[in-house]
Ligand binder design. Structure first.
Ligand SMILES: Nc1nc2c(ncn2[C@@H]2O[C@H](COP(=O)(O)OP(=O)(O)O)[C@@H](O)[C@H]2O)c(=O)[nH]1
Ligand SMILES: [Mg+2]
Ligand SMILES: [Zn+2]
Length: 340
């Protein structure tokens, strides 16, 4: 992915344009609120968002097109909100309920921009093709650990593998099971291969992440037989039309649980990360972290490193430590890195 480097002047210009747009929108929203009939405020859940347009679902499942008051910051999919009805189809979000979790990515100026809120489970989707990358998996795992999400690894497209290949693939990814992560097998092609996933989705608000081509969209489609109907309702409620599919969307699953589908999630990552967060984000490292000879051990080639000893004893996977070191180097190399 190309990272855009903007000059200070460009950033200021973007900031100015955005500020003007914000003010225009704020005037419109306050105008609407002033002219609205006094109706009691209500609670709801943001189920789709496109620019300033939100689809808010009320307790009965009815959808409303809402704009949000400017002082609330960035309201996103999954947010629980208080909103004021304007008429039978429209409303204004006036308050944001406390978030259990936020998934974010850095914007053009490096500030964290939320993508989705109140997610409880991150599902990392892998497949025999495209060839999985352990580094990316470890990045997802780290982020989920830092945010505090339940983690599930789903190996998709198992229909492509025969018994022998399946065994090899399982062995390759068994390292994550040994660490304590749940690994399940799925296929978006065969209905019965979704049973375990369906069970694991119940009671959670989940999001699927993974490389392009592993089958995330196919899984969403297979899990939501009424996807077209749900998209149609959203598109009608928000007036988004064809943009609906490029918006981050929140779906209720027929068998229980909720799924957030977000095109932006591919690039989600932490804008800031401390050394302690990084170390603890590799959960199997935790028991060894305080056993290194030097308290500021870089877990590199220093003498007396407890992590290295654990690798030698087969307690920690060498690839995990290598990926940790690489991330630590990158962390040290950024100005955003914070000391312990
Ligand atoms: N054989 C097989 N192909 C799959 C499966 N899931 C997805 N695919 C195919 O993999 C390709 C990429 O799938 P897609 O859902 O677009 O992946 P995404 O980029 O992660 O959203 C498509 O051609 C799908 O038909 C699966 O379980 N088995
Ligand atoms: Mg897709
Ligand atoms: Zn060490």
């Amino acid at each position: 992915m190309v990272r855009r480097h903007l000059s200070q002047r460009q950033k200021e210009r973007i900031e100015k344009i955005q500020e003007r747009r914000r003010q225009q929108l704020a005037r419109r929203i306050e105008g609407v609120l002033n002219s609205a009939e006094e109706e009691p405020p209500r609670e709801g859940r943001v189920v789709a968002r496109h620019g300033a347009n939100l689809a808010v679902e009320d307790e009965t499942g009815k959808l409303y097109h809402c704009l949000s008051r400017q002082n609330l910051g960035h309201v996103v999919c999954g947010d629980r909100v208080v909103w004021q009805p304007i008429d039978t189809r429209n409303g204004v979000v006036t308050a944001l309920q406390e978030r259990r979790s936020v998934l974010a990515r850095p914007d053009y100026s490096g500030h964290e921009k939320p993508l989705a809120a109140n997610i409880t489970q991150l599902i990392i989707v892998l497949a025999p093709e495209p060839e999985p990358g352990e580094y990316l998996i470890d990045q997802y795992l780290l982020t989920a650990e830092v945010i505090g999400l339940q983690i599930l690894i789903a190996i998709n497209k198992i229909d492509l593998l025969d018994e022998d290949q399946r065994r090899k693939f399982n062995r390759r990814f068994s390292v994550y099971e040994r660490i304590g992560y749940s690994v399940i097998r799925t296929s978006a092609r065969h209905e019965h291969d979704l049973d375990t996933l369906i069970q694991r989705l119940k009671g959670h608000t989940s999001i699927l992440v993974g490389q392009s081509g592993v089958g995330k969209s196919s899984l969403v489609k297979a899990l939501l037989p009424n996807l077209k109907v749900q998209i149609g309702r959203l598109s009608e409620a928000t007036g988004l039309g064809r943009h609906t599919t490029s918006a981050t969307t929140f779906y209720s699953l027929p068998e229980g649980g909720e799924l957030i589908d977000s095109p932006g999630v591919r690039s989600f990552r932490l804008a800031t990360l401390s050394r302690t967060q990084l170390e603890n984000g590799f959960r199997e490292f935790r028991p060894y972290l305080h056993n290194c000879r030097f308290s500021n051990c870089g877990h590199g080639p220093e003498p007396g490193c407890a992590l290295l000893a654990a690798v030698d004893e087969g307690k920690i996977d060498a690839c995990r430590l290598r990926n940790f070191r690489h991330m630590a180097e990158r962390l040290a190399g950024t100005d955003r890195a914070r000391p312990r």
